[in-house]
Design a protein around this ligand. Structure first.
Ligand code: ATP
Ligand code: MG
Length: 243
């Protein structure tokens, strides 16, 4: 079997006394879309932030392409990217200027062509010259996705990428993600509170509850194990048990 692109081993994150992520281990395989599912506060974003080196795990380890994130952070981060609603960008710059800034930070060449490509891919022509501060939330989401795609990463971490998108754009984004996975072998870690989307997108799902993994498998496997009709019912059962 091919080596995983990412391996998280016994990850724990404490904030003071509070344990946000509790002894979590998982792998992401090449070209796999792994869905991270769980109620509000389950530890999904905290997990992603550890994988991105934005916060340091209290204990446990993260290996990406076989390299230890604790010691080879820079080399690893050249090959990954992320998108989340919390990304802050210079608000006074235009959409296009922000993409140029990212490209320069990553030391990319042929920037004009790559910015054009990503603007086209995400259907951003209409607002490419708009000031970032003036974007609608769906446009802002597309900009953060564009920023993530621009650097042609091998792994993408997407924290609720379709949360503020209209159904048409959300559908296009899902299609694009699946296409990139197929054509470029992109691996994706994904969160969403949309259960249909989770079922459609994920090769495998990890269900987090209060910082622990409570279920893992394909959507069908998880649904069968909990004896429910669909993922939405599994979610409701588990979330209500924990409240
Ligand atoms: N910097 C921090 N300091 C203290 N507690 C934190 C911090 N960051 C997160 N937490 C707590 O850790 C828990 C997990 O938060 P996290 O953001 O990872 O949840 P989530 O699964 O992404 O939830 P959501 O679905 O609402 O996005 C929450 O109880 C949150 O309050
Ligand atoms: Mg979150």
């Amino acid at each position: 079997m091919t080596a995983p692109v990412l391996q998280a081993t016994n990850l724990t994150k404490r904030f003071g006394e509070f344990v946000a992520v509790n002894d979590v281990s998982f792998t992401i395989r090449p070209g796999e879309i792994l869905g991270l599912l769980g109620p509000n506060g389950a530890g999904k974003t905290t997990t992603m932030h550890m994988l991105l080196g934005l916060i340091t795990p209290t204990s446990g380890s993260i290996h990406v392409f076989g390299m230890d994130l604790a010691t080879q952070r820079e080399r690893i981060l050249q090959q990954v990217n992320f998108s989340s609603t919390y990304i802050s960008m210079p608000m006074a710059l235009t959409v296009e200027e922000n993409l140029w800034v990212v490209a320069r930070l990553y030391g990319m060449t042929d920037i004009a062509r790559r910015v054009d490509d990503v603007v086209k891919k995400l259907e951003m022509e209409e607002f490419r010259r708009k000031i970032t501060r003036k974007l609608s939330s769906g446009q802002m989401t597309r900009l953060t996705l564009a920023k993530a795609f621009l650097t042609e990463p091998k792994i993408l971490f997407l924290d609720e990428p379709t949360a503020s998108l209209d159904p048409d754009i959300a559908h296009k984004i899902r299609t694009l993600l699946k296409e990139e996975r197929r054509s470029a072998g992109l691996s994706i870690l994904y969160t969403s509170h949309n259960m249909r989307e989770m079922e459609e997108m994920s090769d495998r799902i990890i269900f987090l509850q209060r910082g622990r993994i409570v279920a893992e498998g394909t959507a069908q496997e998880i649904v069968a194990r909990f004896g429910q009709a669909d993922l939405e019912d599994v979610f409701l059962k588990l979330a209500r048990e924990s409240r």
